[in-house]
Design a protein around this ligand. Sequence first.
Ligand SMILES: *Cc1c(COP(=O)(O)O)cnc(C)c1O
Length: 373
Amino acid sequence: MNIETIAIHAGNHNDPTTKAVIQPIIMSTTFERGEDGGYPGGYIYSRSSNPNRSALEQVLAQLEGGIEAAAFSSGNAAGMAVFQSLPAGTHIILPDDMYHGLRNQIKNLFAGILEFDFIDVNDTELLQQHIKPNTGVIWIETPSNPLLKLTDIKKAVAIAHAKGIKVVCDNTFATPVCQQPIALGADLVMHSATKYFGGHSDLMGGALIAAEKSDWWLKIRQVQEMGGAIPSPMDCYYLVRSIKTLPYRVRGHVNNAQLLAQFLEDHPKVERVMYPGLPSHPQHDIAKAQMLSFGGMLSFCIKGSEDDTRKVVNSVKLFTQATSLGGVESLIEHRASVEGLDTKTPRNLLRVSVGLEHIDDLIADLKAAFNSF
Ligand SMILES: *Cc1c(COP(=O)(O)O)cnc(C)c1O
């Protein structure tokens, strides 16, 4: 089946009792046992599993070409489940440019429990140098947040698997519409479902999708069930509902992002644009080889100071100055000031989540804002 069809049908179960075409929301926390003490409905207690969560997990697994998925209450909870599933003392290699919230999580909550190095994971030599006997996971995020750096997934997987190391890929920026890491060899895919899966900036969620049912995956399932960082039936319902339009929304985001990137690249007040779909992106070849399309996120640096950058975000009318991404509305953000003191993000960089408004309106808004400095 093609992704549009999976998105609509894989997570939906017609209700056998009422014949409702859309699966109802089952709010019940507990399920009646049979005379023999069994569970004839297949459910026991909603922390362990719930019909709406099962539906969400089924569509997530199929979208990413995985065997099973586990849904969480946020992207960070999904990331945390990976770290918690590893034996104490495991060494993890992570990208030097990655979502700052997860970098802070591992630094603050796992110091003394796990060992970690943040490096350019696309640098083969550097990657090989950092592998230790206790390295358990190579974490990749491609395209990365906020510099849109790419990691060659197949290459990282080859290096990792030769040493029995697992590869986890944060696929939030790309979505399964633009990139299928499991098909390229990744062992586990991670998502912040808060972003494109939700798609409307109104719910939090996270997901892990497994390439195979290993002992490691069973451990992750234990963290999900016993840890309890699960999404509510309502959130699962909304995610299943939003995912039905994911392929079409992402296509719109990608088309707008490509056009906006080209407009920015030609603008005299722009120093450089970071978008994998531009031939000027230093890793455009990797993008063409492993991405199906180039995503809806881009960053750019202006020819100006941090103050000038602020003038731009304070002058836009259609874009909203806010963090997060993947919603239908366009967002723009001065990234360095949200990432905290130790950030390496350039002070003149703006990150854009390109929405689904008409591209002419988006361009006109930025064009006017560039007159502010
Ligand atoms: C937002 C985000 C996360 C964290 O997800 P939350 O839902 O905010 O917890 C992880 N990775 C990437 C790339 C993100 O953009």
